[in-house]
Design a binder for this molecule. Structure first.
Ligand SMILES: NC(=O)c1ccc[n+]([C@@H]2O[C@H](COP(=O)([O-])OP(=O)(O)OC[C@H]3O[C@@H](n4cnc5c(N)ncnc54)[C@H](OP(=O)(O)O)[C@@H]3O)[C@@H](O)[C@H]2O)c1
Length: 244
């Protein structure tokens, strides 16, 4: 049976490209999309490229969708080999160049953490029984170098000035989930890692980003393939470990 992957936020940006690249490697990719129109468009685009993909509705803010996604995978495939927790936001209240730790609203903090942290934990916990049925489970949490506290406490780093607090803190918390879940699953065949895709041209990354989406998806894809990843609990960018 083919490997089965679920990618959240698969209708555009890095998630769409990672869906394409994993499907090109012979993996059946279930594209999870909140926005139904964009989801159907993206799904049909990959089908048109001859790729073996499936589509589910998944709003990370709607826990009822988690049950539906679990049931869909359980009934149709009976297991999940790869979970890519890719869906993420930067809140409209934030600006990448601004350090707003002194004034960010609790609403923005909560809304950011809901998508970038809490929902990922809930979805992963929900799907874990299906991932445990895989011979080589892979969980890839799409983080960011901006979640690195090492980088943010080093004023010589090029990223030092990029301090949207809610976004950065949510990715740091996600990294903590990676480390803790990897330790919990240490004696299983499931590897859990955080990916920094790079600064990538997408709606979130903007046109100012230097990296094209094809290369931006590369780290997620590599971390999701068992031949490329025999480690767990690491923070990786293009094959290199980066500091927490
Ligand atoms: N681009 C970069 O430079 C960069 C750098 C480091 C890390 N990252 C991370 O990479 C991941 C993908 O980012 P991207 O650049 O591809 O961003 P993007 O183009 O803005 O795409 C974000 C994706 O997340 C989905 N999403 C947002 N909120 C959601 C929700 N509540 N429920 C379900 N899906 C939701 C969006 O779906 P809708 O279409 O429905 O809104 C969309 O598919 C994010 O986790 C981001 O933090 C990106």
């Amino acid at each position: 049976m083919k490997k089965i992957a679920l990618i959240t936020g698969a209708n555009r940006g890095i998630g769409l490209e990672a869906s394409r690249q994993l499907a090109q490697k012979g993996i059946k990719v279930i594209m999870a999309s909140r926005n139904q129109n964009r989801g159907t468009q993206a799904y049909q685009q990959l089908l048109g490229e001859g790729l073996d993909v499936d589509l589910v509705k998944l709003d990370m803010n709607d826990p009822a969708d988690f049950d539906k996604v679990y049931n869909h995978i359980n009934e149709n495939y009976g297991k999940l080999d790869i979970l890519v927790n890719n869906a993420g936001i930067i809140h409209q209240e934030e600006n990448f160049g601004e350090n707003n730790a002194d004034k960010i609203s609790s609403t923005a903090l909560k809304e950011t953490f809901e998508v970038n942290f809490f929902s990922i934990i809930n979805l992963t916990q929900k799907l874990l029984p299906l991932i445990k049925k895989s011979e080589q489970g892979r969980i890839t949490n799409v983080s960011s170098i901006l979640g690195s506290s090492t980088v943010h406490s080093d004023d010589t780093s090029g990223w030092y000035g990029v301090k949207p607090f809610a976004y950065n803190a949510s990715k740091a918390a996600l990294n903590s989930f990676t480390v803790h879940l990897a330790a919990t699953l240490k004696d299983t065949n499931i590897k859990v890692n955080s990916a920094h895709p790079g600064w990538v041209k997408t709606d979130l990354g903007t046109d100012a980003a230097p990296m094209e989406v094809q290369q931006g998806a590369q780290t997620l894809v590599e971390l999701s393939l068992d031949e490329a990843t025999d480690f767990s609990g690491k923070f990786i960018h293009l094959g290199e470990e980066i500091p927490w």
